[in-house]
Design a protein around this ligand. Structure first.
Ligand code: LFR
Length: 507
């Protein structure tokens, strides 16, 4: 039986990974009319503390990728290609024999604490921003490597090649080493103004410069599954493609916008609020607001900001489970909905929420320090988080408008977080503008679109966006109760200016 063209996308997130098949459904005239997605595998992704460091379980993730390939074939698909997208910044180091040196660190490991300040003082914050265009997030590759250097890590001495996470898995699948552009731009060691690795910065920081490969653009075929892997799994050969392998950029490539200027929010563990651009904005205003310029698919740059996101909810849930109370995400949202509005607000991006031992306590202590009502019940805490996130989105959207000179009509929300309808409603209310949600699996879909373009099944990404529009529902949330939300925003802006003892974050 002749199959419809199909590709396999792996989307690895901080809490779970999934493998999805994307198939082009043809219309009567033989042209592509719909993208049909089928999840063939889903698996948890848990960080592991080993001694003093937090790591990814890289071998297990590779095993799950292999399981995903196998399951795709077992389900009767014969994908032409596969591609992997993951979170940014993290990496594996290879020795001169091409073997992995140690277990890759997780970006929430504490090794980089204090290094943003230290490196800024040493290099100069303005220069650092101008030459990287990146928000000073403590986990950026630059700070991780600098932490290793300060710790005298022998791995750095032995490293011959640095591969960012998707590149590392692509290497395990194909035996080919490559560096994909969108991931390179998350390191803070790539200069987007010049379009090259910033080797002088590396030298000044004492980092080896030779382990970075020349970046390749999304849409580059890296190779094929190795013979060994095909016989291990008993599957046919397929191409392995570098897509916009940073998950945020894959998601951004699937935003079903109808205007040339639009804002989007990729909602999941993180909330990434941004807008597509043709070139990076590297001026002091972008630094002051701490935005990033990240490389995307199709030669785009995306001006975007990391906002702490649903991580805060996930961590509360985890803590309550540890203490013996289990709640589903649905229960948490119901309890939040039943709680009183605007009792207390937090700055979700206060660094105290980056990786505390006890997230509910971190929230209570923030509220205590800022002289607010201290939330005690589960409902109060979750409501506080969701309202604060929505208000933060307004603040960041307005900053993005200021930086770009655009006026955004509303906000496109994509990613798993849009299943939290209360958050979508709150966001429309906080913005006083419509919120359009969908698709949920944006990263996997953006990943598929670049594969389909590379394999010649769609003309370009714009064709892909049209497919997205005709294949996935888009919901609209209209703003309601403006008065209350405007008052809450004014209060929020006061609260985030209040100095707190716990770690602070700029802008
Ligand atoms: C989202 C994301 C963000 C990145 C963060 C850490 O999954 O990729 O874009 O800043 O994870 O890598």
């Amino acid at each position: 039986m002749k199959q419809t063209p199909c590709v396999l996308a792996f989307d690895l997130g901080a809490s779970s990974g999934r493998a999805l098949i994307g198939e082009i459904v043809m219309d009567e005239s033989g042209g592509p009319s719909q993208l049909r997605i089928t999840e063939v595998h889903r698996f948890p992704n848990n960080a592991i503390q080993i001694g003093n460091h937090l790591h990814w379980d890289t071998p297990l993730l590779l095993q799950e990728i292999k399981n995903g390939i196998l399951k795709a074939f077992q389900a009767g698909f014969e994908p032409e290609s596969c591609a992997i997208d993951t979170w940014g910044v993290d990496f594996g180091l290879l020795d001169r024999n091409g073997e992995l040196l140690g277990i890759p660190y997780h970006y929430r490991d504490h090794q980089t604490e204090g290094l943003v300040e230290e490196v800024s003082a040493f290099i100069g914050a303005e220069r650092l921003f101008r030459e990287s265009g990146l928000q000073f997030m403590p986990f950026n590759t630059l700070y991780q490597l600098y932490a290793m250097k300060k710790a005298g890590s022998p791995k750095l001495d032995l490293a011959e090649t640095l591969l960012l996470t998707p590149d590392l898995f692509n290497y395990f699948l194909t035996g080919r080493k490559a560096c994909e552009f969108s991931m390179a731009t998350t390191t803070q060691l790539y200069d987007p103004g010049v379009g090259e690795w910033n080797t002088s910065l590396m030298e000044e920081l004492g980092l080896p410069t030779s382990m970075f490969l020349e970046p390749v653009q999304p849409g580059t075929v890296i190779g094929e599954l190795t013979d060994a892997l095909c016989s291990e799994l008993g599957v046919a050969k397929m191409k392995v493609i570098a897509v916009a392998s940073h998950d945020t950029e894959s998601a951004a490539a699937a935003v079903p916008a109808s205007t040339s200027s639009y804002a989007y929010l990729v909602s999941g563990t993180w909330s990434l609020l941004g807008t597509a651009m043709t070139s990076p904005i590297l001026d002091p205003a972008a630094m002051e607001y701490q935005f990033s310029n990240e490389g995307g698919a199709d030669g785009t740059y995306h001006l975007l900001k990391n906002i702490m996101g649903l991580w805060i909810v996930q961590e509360c849930k985890r803590k309550w489970e540890q203490q013996g109370t289990r709640h589903s995400f649905g229960d948490l949202v119901d309890l939040a909905e039943a709680a009183a509005p605007f009792h207390c607000l937090i700055d979700p991006d206060n660094l105290g929420f980056m990786n505390p031992d006890d997230m509910p306590e971190a929230i209570r202590s923030y509220c205590r320090e800022t002289g607010q009502h201290v939330p005690l019940t589960v409902g109060e805490i979750i409501r506080c988080i969701l309202e604060s996130l929505a208000l933060r989105y307004r603040q960041v959207l307005e900053q993005a408008e200021e930086l770009t000179g655009s006026l955004f009509e509303g906000l496109h929300m994509v990613g798993g977080g849009i299943q939290n309808e209360l958050l979508c409603r709150f966001t429309a209310n906080a913005l006083g503008r419509p919120v359009w949600t969908g698709p949920v699996e944006a990263s996997a879909i953006g990943n598929m679109l670049v594969q389909l373009e590379t394999c010649g099944h769609i003309g370009d990404l714009q064709d892909g966006i049209e497919l997205v529009k005709s294949s996935f529902p888009i919901n609209t949330y209209a703003p309601e109760s403006q008065q209350e939300w405007s008052e809450a925003y004014a209060r929020y802006m006061q609260i985030v200016k209040t100095p707190v003892q716990s770690k602070v974050n700029a802008n």
